[in-house]
Design a protein around this ligand. Structure first.
Ligand code: NDP
Length: 251
């Protein structure tokens, strides 16, 4: 059983879906957890759930595309919860359209949140870990879509493939500081992000039929994985791509 007692964890986009589940999982393992997201009401609800596990929790209003906001969020987090132990770069958006209809604005919005946001938050974490001389763990949330693409997913898929490059580079570059970086690749999961797809019967039938476990995932399936990857005892676990997709990507 992973024991994260005394560890401070940050989950960007931790007030919804997969991020919320990972935040809860780390709290159950004993970590104090900061949620960085824009919707303060939703974050307050998540904090209430997390504190129910007897740990400290903090809701930080933060747009991860805003460089100053990310720096301020980190400062507030370590001031209130203590030195950083783990950052999960999970915040993300999607916006799908055929490439012939995709606008530059829509493309930029997806890349700004998914790539710039992950760059800014992991850079801030790396700076902290180096200054603390503490080691630490970074988890970058990509997607199985990074490996196979998908109709209408040009911007999303490009951003998620970019995150593989970011995560791999951090694993190589930060190992000398005892900072590990692993990449999580979720598959189709029932969250607010995928609500439109969930309402599309033909899409659901096709993706479910292609999934060996014959269903989509639910957020709770991500409880343990971030807690596991955050465990400071796992000193040899870095640069991994952890796929959680019911076997979709190997079918
Ligand atoms: P949700 O829509 O449920 O959650 C997205 C989270 O990101 C919310 O907490 C949202 O909070 C936050 N967020 C979005 N933009 C910003 C921003 N600019 N600054 C700070 N926070 C932001 O989605 P999921 O839980 O499904 O997705 C979580 C991650 O998992 C994403 O990176 C997604 O790409 C990835 N993923 C999801 C899959 C799925 O099938 N669901 C499959 C593969 C990967 P707020 O709006 O309050 O800011």
């Amino acid at each position: 059983m992973t024991d994260l007692t005394g560890l401070t964890a940050v989950v960007t986009g931790g007030n919804s879906g997969i991020g919320r589940a990972m935040a809860v999982g780390m709290a159950k393992a004993g970590a104090d957890v900061a949620i960085w997201a824009r919707d303060e009401k939703r974050s307050a609800e998540t904090v209430a759930e997390i504190t129910g596990y007897g740990v400290r929790a903090l809701a930080v209003g933060c747009d991860v595309t805003d460089e100053d906001a990310v720096a301020a969020a980190m400062e507030q987090t370590v001031t209130e919860l203590g030195p950083l132990g783990c950052l999960v770069a999970n915040a993300g958006v999607t916006d799908g359209a055929p490439i012939t209809e995709m606008t530059l604005d829509r493309w930029h919005r997806v890349l700004r949140t998914n790539l710039d946001g992950a760059f800014l938050s992991t850079r801030e974490a790396a700076r902290r870990f180096v200054a603390q001389d503490s080691g630490g763990s970074i988890v970058v949330v990509s997607s199985t879509v990074s490996r196979y693409g998908g109709t209408g997913l040009a911007a999303y898929s490009a951003s998620k493939t970019g995150l593989l490059g970011l995560g791999r580079t951090l694993a190589v570059e930060l190992a000398r500081y005892r900072v590990r970086c692993n990449i999580l690749l979720p598959g189709w999961t029932r969250t607010p992000m995928t609500e439109t797809l969930q309402a599309d019967d033909r899409f659901m039938a096709a993706t479910t039929a292609r999934t060996p476990v014959r269903r989509w995932g639910i957020p709770e399936e991500f409880h343990e994985v971030a807690a596991f990857l955050a465990d400071p005892a796992l000193t040899f676990h870095t640069g991994n791509e952890v796929v959680v997709d019911g076997g979709y990507s190997v079918f």
